[in-house]
Design a binder for this molecule. Structure first.
Ligand code: PEP
Ligand code: MG
Length: 586
């Protein structure tokens, strides 16, 4: 019998997973792992390399055309040079040799060739050629990235398994086949990293912060328990532990089913204040889960996940069909669709032109849409406005940090209206436009933004990271990343006050909306709607129905006097323990 081991990680998606391990090596980090293959696998690896070359060529071509359109001829020429590199016979043969003769996996084979050629260029006493070394590295990184994107297929096992990985990118996560995955045990990330958000949305129990030593020691024969409630990971549990966890899993399911039965009850406090509960939808999901949870429509559709396929950009008609389908299924319920928020940890190498040193502070969300990829933005807005005739659509823009971004967006919308009207294409004329409050700048000028916005949606995942300057996906600063931080509460208070003054509603659609310890605070701050993954709605509804608005308002007053997040959360936790003791330990 193998030794049992238990480690404490960070829970990021609730639920219990019990099963064998599937080891997933991700090479989308800067370090390319050395992968060895057998002679029988060489054909497959050469094909992965050539497929990635093809995708890389299309991406570079696409970027070059964009730049040409925007009259940046010089920059476009750089990409001509990149295209030549992708076609370079010597480089291609070198990679093929590394695969077929040296028996390295495709990623590492490219890495070796890139190192060899870039070192040769760098050694020449000629500035022009030295710079080519950088180009070789750049193209190489793109090819390696594309190979690993293609590698997201899971190894074949006859039963679903728990994925153990050092990192798991959002695009890898959306690419997984749900029915083959029981849970995630991952080294990097945090509750609000996009991989964790997707895990919750797909209802896959997950933990992050699993030590590398543990991951390295795992084999595919090991059995694992991943406790997405407490964060425990147990390797090769003994039979008593296994039995206890099967019981815990059944109990969690029982409570969840009980709460789900309340789905038709109003989301109202005991003293009669309604706080709408809406659903977050992260991919091209079916509306039935939203309806099942008794949600009041969709509060956030993260459209970037339909752009995660690196090989093609969804066109206007394709997007129109996706939005229309969602709107039609939602009937009269409101559906808030967020425009593309690529950037940060949500990357698509086909869309993002250059690697940034600080992508979370870079050309993300509305910035990218207004500056470098207006073509994608306009296509998306056209599709949305056309789809708007099929339901109750609201559009919102992410990552706003200044007033002009809202004005520019509105101007583009007006231009698209004229285009559509001129071409006799039906479209919705008066779609409410919301501004996401995700940066301290937006919270501080909420009074100005409220003049132009039809509603606010507070993205607390980002608002917290930017307010506290703590990367939301870096587990090493997780101790600082705290939703109860007084600075965050003050930002929300300012946002709500500005919205009230201008008579527009405020939603919270970040992860704090699903955290019941935050519910009394958000209710007391005067938020009108909470939007979260459908799976979290039953528990938040039960919590809300046990609270009194006047007590929540008092709680907020006390919380705003607190010096630390720990004190704030303790106050709120006390209220939760008193009002909903049955949920306090979930
Ligand atoms: C947020 O930042 O809270 C949010 C809802 O957007 P995302 O998590 O997609 O960045
Ligand atoms: Mg955000």
């Amino acid at each position: 019998m193998q030794m049992s081991r238990t480690i404490q990680a960070t829970p990021v998606a609730p639920g219990i997973a019990i099963g064998r391990v599937m080891l997933l090596h991700s090479s989308s980090t800067g370090n390319v792992p050395v992968t060895r293959i057998t002679a029988a696998q060489t054909g497959k690896e050469v094909k992965r390399f050539h497929d990635a070359l093809q995708v890389t060529k299309e991406q570079i071509h696409n970027i070059r055309e964009q730049l040409k359109l925007r009259l940046k001829a010089e920059e476009a020429e750089i990409f001509d040079a990149h295209l030549l590199l992708v076609d370079d016979r010597t480089m291609i043969s070198e990679v093929e040799k590394n695969i077929t003769v040296s028996l390295f996996g495709a990623e590492y084979a490219v890495h070796l060739a890139v190192e060899k050629f870039s070192a040769a260029f760098a050694a020449v006493q000629d500035e022009y050629l030295q710079e080519r070394a950088l180009d070789v590295r750049d193209v190489g990184a793109r090819i390696i990235g594309n190979i690993s994107e293609n590698a997201a297929q899971l190894p074949e096992y006859d039963e679903p398994r728990i994925i153990a990985a050092s990192t798991l990118t959002p695009s890898e996560t959306v690419g997984l086949e749900r029915e083959r995955v029981l849970g995630f045990a991952v080294e990097t990330g945090s509750t609000t990293s996009h991989t964790a958000i997707l895990a919750r949305s797909l209802q896959i129990p997950a933990v992050v912060g699993v030590p590398k030593e543990l991951l390295d020691s795992l084999t595919i024969a090991d059995q694992l328990i991943v406790d997405g409630f407490s964060g425990k990971v147990i390797v090769n549990p003994d039979s008593a532990t296994l039995e206890a966890y099967h019981l815990k899993s059944r109990e969690a399911q029982r409570i969840y089913n009980q709460l789900s039965a309340d789905k038709n009850l109003l989301p109202v406090t005991r003293d009669g204040f309604i706080v709408e509960l809406a659903a977050n939808v992260d991919a091209d999901d079916d509306y039935s889960a939203v309806r099942q949870a008794g949600a009041y429509g969709v509060g956030l559709f993260r459209t970037e996940f339909i752009f995660m396929d690196q090989t093609h950009l969804p066109g206007e008609d394709e997007q129109f069909e996706i939005y229309k389908k969602l709107l039609v299924s939602a009937g009269n319920d409101p559906v808030t669709i967020r425009t593309l928020d690529i950037g940060g940890d949500k990357l698509n190498r086909g869309i993002i032109r250059t690697e940034e040193q600080n992508p979370f502070l870079g050309l993300r969300g509305i910035r990218l849409c207004l500056r470098e990829r207006q073509d994608i933005f306009r296509t998306q807005l056209r599709a949305l406005m056309r789809a708007g005739v099929h339901g109750h659509l609201q559009i919102m823009i992410p990552m706003v940090s200044c007033y002009d971004e809202v004005l520019e967006t509105k101007a583009i919308i007006e231009e698209i209206k004229s285009e559509l009207a001129g071409a006799d294409v039906p479209f919705a004329d008066a779609i409410p436009l919301g501004v996401m409050i995700e940066t301290p700048a937006a919270a501080l000028i909420a009074d100005v933004l409220a003049r132009e916005a039809d509603f606010f949606s507070i993205g607390t995942n980002d608002l917290i990271q930017y307010t506290i300057a703590a990367d939301r996906s870096n587990e090493r600063v997780n101790h600082l990343y705290r939703p109860g931080h007084p600075a965050v509460l003050r930002s929300i208070r300012e946002t709500v006050n500005a919205a009230k003054h201008h008579n527009i509603p405020v939603t919270v659609c970040g992860q704090t909306a699903e955290d019941i310890v935050m519910t009394p605070l958000l209710v007391g701050l005067g938020v009108n709607e909470l939007s979260m993954p459908s799976g979290a709605i039953p528990i938040v509804r039960r919590t809300l129905r046990q609270l009194y608005m006047n007590e929540c308002v008092e709680l907020v007053e006390q919380a705003l006097q607190c010096c630390s997040s720990a004190d704030v959360l303790e106050l709120s936790r006390r209220m939760i323990r008193r009002c909903v003791p049955e949920l306090a330990d979930m």
